[in-house]
Ligand binder design. Structure first.
Ligand code: DAH
Length: 349
């Protein structure tokens, strides 16, 4: 009689195990059959009605059923676990063939590129980089540079005055020369470059900006010649515009240099034959320079009988416009599109 019961449970289990589809169902089955009041556990209570000679057989059969349940339970449990892991792996899989998210990289501003390349060249030649204030004294920006009040050369630098007529937004980086000479009190040689912002009351258009960038150079020593200036300029020209560049000086006038020159490079576009960039002349003017005027030396505490030197000034925007083929200076200040900056990564040579 217990045989039938055991057999019935056995049969029932086959269907039940066949239909189980997840772990929760499986756990419920375990409780239903092997729990405290489970169908298999309950079989134990039948023992009292089993005749003595059959008790052993009964026990063996119940145990066999329990073992069978456990084996089957473990097998299905393992299968369900694998199924869950696989489902999880599939749903969380990373598609390694998908294109990645691009990381935006910064890019140096073209004006900064020019300044940095000039700095590294001139530092290799022994120059120090010196900065000065953008709000400057008229005394340093003009007066001591041999541009007294009413001097006609002041007109070319229509200036923003800040406070009466004593302070201004510097119209050139040349006042840093003055500051440096005053600092060394006429006692030491000087070799400096001074990059920085400068300001003039210009209407902004394709070639003018009220705010622009200059780089000044000053060398004070003994027995310096115009040839030294020419050699220095030649190195700068080749570094910026290629080894094939040649240079020339044209006479000019600046109150702070005597003699003064315009510094030209042979046209990098037509190699001197004449084109629209050099306006048919084969030459492009890139800066002003000269031997430091003895009046300026004296004004700034250097004895012109003992010391001399040269100075030069570059407009950084002009260099960048030439180098990168830009025809509107405002491009440098319209920082509205990083693609403009990115473009220079490709154009660098
Ligand atoms: N400061 C001049 C300008 O803004 C540029 C310049 C010319 C600087 C000649 C110099 C120099 O030091 O020697 O137009």
């Amino acid at each position: 009689m217990y045989n039938d019961k055991i057999e019935a449970i056995n049969k029932e289990l086959e269907t039940v195990f066949n239909n189980v589809s997840n772990k929760l169902e499986l756990e419920n089955i375990k409780v239903e059959y092997m729990g405290k009041n489970g169908k298999i556990t309950q079989l134990n209570s039948l023992i009292k009605d089993v005749p003595n000679e059959s008790k052993k057989d009964f026990g063996m059969q119940v145990n066999a059923l329990k073992n069978k349940f456990t084996d089957e339970y473990n097998k299905i449990n393992k299968e369900l676990e694998n199924k869950e892991i696989n489902e999880k792996l599939n749903s969380e899989a990373i598609d390694v063939s998908l294109p990645g998210t691009e990381i935006a990289m910064g890019s140096a501003h073209p004006l900064e590129r020019i300044v940095e390349s000039l700095e590294s060249l001139l530092m290799s030649m022994g120059y120090d980089v010196v900065e000065g204030p953008e709000v400057e004294k008229d005394l340093y920006n003009f007066e001591l540079l041999n541009l007294p009040k009413g001097h006609p050369a002041r007109d070319a630098q229509d200036t923003f005055y800040v406070k009466g007529d004593e302070y201004l937004l510097r119209s050139q980086t040349s006042p840093v020369q003055v500051r440096e000479m005053l600092k060394h009190e006429g006692k030491e040689a000087i070799r400096i470059i001074c990059p920085g912002k400068t300001y003039r009351r210009d209407e902004d258009d394709a070639t003018h900006s009220h705010e622009f960038t200059q780089m000044e150079g000053l060398l004070i020593d003994k027995n310096i010649t115009l040839g030294d200036l020419k050699g220095t300029f030649e190195s700068i020209a080749k570094m910026l515009f290629g080894e094939a560049r040649t240079t020339r000086f044209r006479p000019s006038f600046y109150p702070f240099t005597e003699p003064s020159v315009e510094m030209d490079i042979s046209c990098f576009n037509c190699n001197g034959k004449g084109c629209n960039i050099c306006k048919g002349t084969g030459w492009i003017t890139v800066g002003g320079a000269g031997m430091v005027n003895p009046i300026v030396l004296r004004n700034c505490g250097y004895n012109p009988d003992e010391w001399n030197g040269f100075a030069f000034g570059f407009g950084i925007e002009r260099l960048a416009m030439l180098k990168y083929g830009i025809n509107d200076i405002r491009v440098f200040y319209m920082n509205h599109d990083v693609r403009m900056l990115k473009d220079f990564d490709r154009r660098e040579y």
